[in-house]
Design a protein around this ligand. Sequence first.
Ligand SMILES: C[S@@+](CC[C@H](N)C(=O)[O-])C[C@H]1O[C@@H](n2cnc3c(N)ncnc32)[C@H](O)[C@@H]1O
Length: 262
Amino acid sequence: MVTRDEALIADPVAAWDAAAEPWDEFVETGLDYWRTEVHGPPLLAACGEVSGKRALDLGCGQGWFSRQLAERGARVTAVDMSATQIANAQRHEAERPLGIAYHQLDAALVADRWPAESFDLVTACMVLQDTPDTDRILVAARRVLAPKGRMVFSIVHPIASSPVHEWVREEEGVKGAMAIDRYFDSGPFVLNWTMERLTTHWATPAWHLTFSEWSRLIADAGFTIDLLDEPRPTPEQVVQNAKFESATRFPFFLVFGLRPVR
Ligand SMILES: C[S@@+](CC[C@H](N)C(=O)[O-])C[C@H]1O[C@@H](n2cnc3c(N)ncnc32)[C@H](O)[C@@H]1O
C-alpha cells in the first residue's frame, strides 16, 4: 500500500533504523521469498564470476546480498546508513564469519571513505529506489570502481513504483489487470509493509523515478548500461508458490549492469 508521510520521507535513516528488527526477521525466515527466488538470483547472475573480486555492497541492510557475494569468494566491504541494520549484519558476521567488513555510512559518501578504483564490483540489492540521493550515489560508486569494474543493482521496476499501481480484483479477489497511473509523477512515497504474512508491520520511504530518469542519472554519473534484466518467476516456481503467478504477467523488478565510460 502506498501513502505519503512527510516525517518518514524526511528521515529515511530513522525509518530504516526502526525497521531493522522486523526486516531481519523477514529476510532470515525466508518470508521474503521474492528475494530468494525471483530477484536475488538474477542479481547475482548479473554480477558474473565474483571470486577474488573486491566488492562493495551499498545499502547492505542486514547483509543478505553481501553474504551471497562472500559465499562465492568475493572480498566484500558493505555499507548501510542505518546503524541498526549494520548491527544486525555484524551479528550475522559474528555468528558465521565470512570476512565481510561492514561500515555505517551513507552510500553517497563512499568516494570520501575509499580511494578511487578500490573496487572491482559495486552492488546494491533493492536500495537505489529507497533514497533521494541516487545521483550522488552513482557518482561516488563510479569513482571507487576500477576502470574495468562493474556496478550491478536491482530496483523495484519503475512501472511497479508508479504512484498508482493497484490490482483490479476480479471475482473472489483474483488479481485481474494491474491499473497503473501517474507514471510520470516522479518523487517520494511511503511503502507500507503490511503484507498478511508479516507479524509486525513497518513503513519506509521510497522514490519513484521514470525509466528515462534512471537512464539519465546513469549516463550523467559516467556509466553505460551493459545489462538490463526483468526478473520473473518460472512456471515451475508458480506451481510451488501461487503468489508468484501475478509476477509472470507484470514486471516487479529490474536489474541493471553498468560499465564505466572512459
Ligand atoms: C530494501 S533495504 C535492502 C537491504 C539489502 N540490500 C537487502 O537486499 O537485504 C534498503 C536498505 O538501503 C539502505 N539505504 C537507503 N539509502 C541509503 C544510503 N543513501 N546509504 C546507505 N544505505 C542506504 C537502508 O538503510 C536499507 O537498509
